[in-house]
Design a protein around this ligand. Structure first.
Ligand code: FES
Ligand SMILES: [Fe+2]
Length: 398
């Protein structure tokens, strides 16, 4: 049976455009707001939060963040490559994925290094992909292996290749020449022990930087997700490329989804999130009577929007119904959040004390080493930019 709860209509993050300020929060629901903001203010324990607006760590400038972080990204289902190559525009580049005759996978720049035809319109020939135009053939490493009209292979005849991993029937690639960290999975778990649900995708009208910070935005745990913290979040960096947050919270939402959730699995949750490389979240939600895990991969789009691919997992051997239910709850949860963070902007001068963990996350994000592609040796004679287009994507951390 559900416990009676506050009427929180004045406090909840509104579904409409305007948001209440803290004045209206205090007036409308003093018990919740006082407890909430006392929690926010008293749990840092490092002396940084003297009041609600000072001694917040300096936030990085907006230009500190890379346009296209060096990380793992979802490309496609491996089944999508059964009938031939597949090209997509990802991270501002035309990329092509293919599966060779022996079953190996590759991701290359899609624009042919000869005259720019799209290799996605070509075909797989043995262990190579063949350009649709003059039928030059490129191997998985991007090297040109055959030019039908001559035996000599010019030095520019080479595609940029990207490291790939196939897991659970999905193809992932790393946005760089060398892998900075392995494709991550849940802490202490083997991918083989888990079955994936059907991947779902959506687009959020917010930049990837704002999206990335959600796992460390303490205020929004209650205002967006309606999870009231029962103790301070525990934040750490277990490795150079990963940042972890764990919090324990009460599920206080009055939506029908949260009501069902409480009935099914209990009214508290311990949430553990790992952010890898700035673009991947691994989320584990432990309820009194269930545990849910999902993987969120997101990538920048043009116009400051962000594309999401989400895979929900359950342990192999459990009922498929359980996996479907987890996917349903997760999807609703994330789509709701995407609507609520719409049009948010990174404003380094506007953070308050309650944003401290988020600012620290931004600092971590801006400081992440961003691997640069190897120096291109080939110049496009028409405009003096590297033929593989890397110049436009080089990021120099500030
Ligand atoms: S454009 Fe690809 S071989 Fe000529
Ligand atoms: Fe969130």
């Amino acid at each position: 049976m559900l416990r009676p709860r506050h009427s929180s209509s004045q406090f909840r993050s509104p579904k409409s455009e305007s948001k209440p300020d803290t004045t209206s929060i205090s007036a409308g629901c003093p018990h919740r707001s006082e407890q909430y903001f006392r929690t926010l203010m008293n749990t840092r324990g490092n002396g940084q939060e003297q009041n609600g607006h000072s001694e917040v760590p300096a936030a990085p400038s907006a230009s500190s963040f890379p346009a296209h972080p060096a990380s793992w990204y979802f490309f496609c289902h491996t089944d999508d490559l059964r009938r031939g190559p597949l090209s997509k525009k990802i991270l501002g580049r035309d990329l092509v994925a293919f599966r060779t005759a022996s079953g190996k996978f590759a991701v290359l720049d899609a624009r042919c290094s000869h005259l720019g035809a799209n290799l996605g319109c070509g075909e797989v020939v043995g262990e190579t992909i063949q350009c649709p135009f003059h039928q030059w053939q490129f191997g998985r490493d991007g090297r040109c292996e055959k030019i039908p009209s001559q035996t000599e292979i010019p030095v520019f005849a080479r595609q940029q290749s990207y490291p790939v991993v196939e897991r659970h029937g999905f193809l992932f690639f790393f946005n760089g020449t060398d892998v900075l960290f392995p494709l991550p999975f849940f802490e202490g778990e083997s991918p083989d022990a888990f079955a994936p649900g059907k991947l779902f995708s959506y687009v959020a009208d917010a930049s990837w930087v704002m999206v990335a910070a959600q796992g460390f935005d303490r205020q929004h745990f209650e205002t967006v997700h309606e999870r009231r913290l029962l103790r301070p979040p525990e934040i750490s960096s277990p490795g150079l490329f990963v940042r972890r947050n764990q919090y324990h919270a009460e599920i206080i939402g009055e939506s029908w989804r949260d009501r069902i959730l409480r009935m099914l699995v209990g009214d508290t949750v311990t949430l553990t999130v790992h952010n890898w490389g700035g673009t991947i979240y691994l989320v584990k939600a432990e309820f009194p009577r269930a545990c849910s895990r999902f993987l969120v991969l997101y990538r920048p789009l043009e116009d400051d929007r962000t594309h999401f691919d989400v895979i929900v997992f359950s342990k192999r051997g459990l009922l498929e119904l359980g996996l479907a239910a987890r996917r349903w709850f997760t999807r609703g949860h994330l789509l709701s959040e995407a609507a609520q963070i719409r049009d948010t902007q990174y404003r380094p001068g506007r953070f308050i004390a309650a944003d401290t963990e988020m600012v620290e996350f931004f600092r971590w994000l801006a400081a992440l080493p961003q691997q640069l592609p190897k120096s291109p040796t080939v110049k496009d004679s028409t405009n003096d930019t590297p033929a593989n287009g890397f110049a436009a994507h080089i990021h120099q951390p500030k």
